[in-house]
Ligand binder design. Structure first.
Ligand code: NAD
Length: 485
């Protein structure tokens, strides 16, 4: 009955991708998944064929049609010019939430953390993954970290809704807001706001460095952890690895209209073509896909057969240990072992029971427009003395003479640290200087005054890299102070 089959787009990927995809599709089909696959080509071959995005227009058409993507890992060629297909796909399809359950299977899979069962909810579209990078001077490169209110509201609300839907008791937030007070500060602030809407769920915040250390040492202290993109990327690999193998974790990328399911690991090219790779990560990604398309019963059947296979000690090389495993198998044999156990449940590990149609939908509140006032400008310069010296006082004394009305130099920083006036001669400086201009008493200004100032600085022979406006929003400063200011 072809009309009952749910169309999904499938990409076999690179490296170990084709082998683990083959195993995954064989298992879910044997379990009775009602799906119809449309295969697309992505990754290395497409990149090497001259498409710098790694995905062809026909592939996008398939994704638009099916809205569900089961994707094996791909190899991103090294070097400039190739954009990460994973990042492009997540952002193009608006897949803002990345869900990565990391669970240990003690005593069947060797781990130092026998009672680990946590889910990382990673923001998937923003942060340093905006990919807006520039070389600004001979010495300095820059990337932009973007954190938005609607983006953060959606991911934090998703984390709490996920906790509610899956009976989890606590949501933890990791940020580095002691340093990044505006960007990570916004993430933390919104977390605190939204946590109030879920009084039945415990909430807490950790600074990411000590939080990560605690997670690696005592993962049982965590339940759901929500975090900005980069921390989530790094820490979900850590969390998956300490369950026993990075090859064990699957991942769902969820948006409003689309969803993509994958393993969290990469294409492991050194293991490709040897029938060695563990297909479990992609299989558990496919389990999340089955839940998403309303086939929770099939998802449960696959997951329980897989748990039973783990218990029976039928293991691929990455988790095989003489004392805990019984049989070392390749990718194909592992798939056969799971298929042979379809219909069985684990004896000791917890049996899984997914409910069909448990979809989580979240929205950000409309943003209220605040009162924005321009109160200064940061002008970034590429500068050294003629002999290559980088002396803050020499620069400061020249720049301090340049004024537009009463808009004048307030301070200069180098790599964020205030070096003028009253800097330390010992401070190491690069050729990248941020000159902050303000009026006395933080008085507001008009942008035409900034343009006048820029003209004067250029006429004086300085090389301007870029400017950043200093604004207040409803009277609150929308910019950070200089370190040491
Ligand atoms: P990787 O995750 O591919 O492999 C790291 C190591 O982990 C491997 O050498 C292997 O020992 C082990 N491993 C990973 N998956 C395994 C599995 N299923 N079974 C058994 N062992 C497994 O990371 P990498 O080597 O840094 O990256 C290789 C390529 O993958 C790169 O081109 C990278 O860009 C790409 N990558 C793709 C994705 C994706 O498509 N989602 C994600 C991460 C990395």
């Amino acid at each position: 009955m072809a009309e009952n089959l749910v169309p999904i787009t499938v990409a076999y990927g690179d490296g170990i991708g084709p082998e683990i995809m083959d195993a995954t599709l064989r298992i879910i089909t044997a379990a009775g998944a009602k799906i119809k696959t449309e295969v697309i080509e992505i990754g290395e071959k497409v990149y090497m064929g001259g498409n710098s995005a790694g995905i062809a227009p026909e592939a996008w058409e398939s994704l638009r049609r099916t809205k569900v993507f089961l994707k094996a890992p791909i190899t991103t060629p090294q070097g400039g010019g190739f954009k990460s297909l994973n990042v492009t796909t997540r952002k193009t399809l608006g897949l803002f939430a990345n869900i990565r359950p990391c669970i240990s299977y003690h005593p069947y899979v060797k781990t130092k953390h026998p009672i680990m069962d946590l889910v990382i909810v990673r923001e998937n579209e923003e942060d340093l993954y905006a990919g807006i990078e520039h070389q600004q001077t001979d010495e300095v490169t820059q990337t932009l970290k973007l954190i938005s209110r609607p983006g953060t509201e959606k991911i934090v609300r998703y984390a709490f809704e996920y906790a509610k839907a899956y009976n989890r008791k606590k949501v933890t937030c990791f940020t580095k807001d002691n340093i990044m007070k505006l960007t990570d500060g916004l993430f933390h602030k919104i977390f605190d706001e939204i946590a109030k809407e879920y009084p039945e769920i415990e909430n807490e915040h950790w600074i990411v460095d000590i939080g990560a250390a605690k997670m690696a040492d005592t993962p049982e202290a965590f339940d759901v952890i929500v975090m900005p993109n980069l921390y989530g990327d790094v820490l979900s690999d850590v969390a998956a690895q300490i369950t026993g193998s990075v090859g064990l974790a699957g991942s769902a990328n969820i948006g409003e209209g689309y969803a993509m399911f994958e393993a969290i690991h990469g294409s492991a090219p050194r293991r490709a073509g040897q029938n060695m790779a563990n297909p479990s990560g992609l299989l558990l990604g496919a389990v999340q896909m089955l839940v998403h398309i309303g086939q929770g019963d099939i998802a449960s059947k696959v997951h329980n057969a897989w748990l039973r296979t783990m218990e029976d000690g039928v293991h691929t090389y990455d988790i095989f240990k003489e004392d805990t495993s019984k049989e070392k198998v390749g990718t194909k044999e592992f798939a056969d072992a799971v298929i042979a156990r379809l219909g069985q449940t684990p004896k000791n590990l917890k049996t899984v029971e997914y409910q069909a149609g448990k979809t989580i939908s979240v929205k950000a509140n409309p943003t209220t427009k605040g009162k924005k006032e321009l109160v200064g400008v940061d002008i970034f310069l590429h500068w050294t003395e003629k002999n290559g010296e980088k002396n803050a006082d020499v620069l400061g004394n020249q720049i301090a003479k340049i004024k537009e009305g009463d808009l004048g130099l307030y301070m200069i920083t180098n790599r964020g640290l205030k070096v003028y006036p009253n800097g330390f001669p010992e401070t190491f400086c690069t050729d990248h200087w941020r000159c902050r201009f303000q009026k006395p008493n933080d008085a507001p200004l008009h942008y035409s005054e900034v343009i006048g100032l820029l003209s004067k600085i250029t006429e004086a022979g300085f090389d301007i890299i870029k400017t950043e406006n200093l604004c207040t929003f409803n009277g609150e400063k929308g910019f950070s102070m200089g370190q040491g200011q």
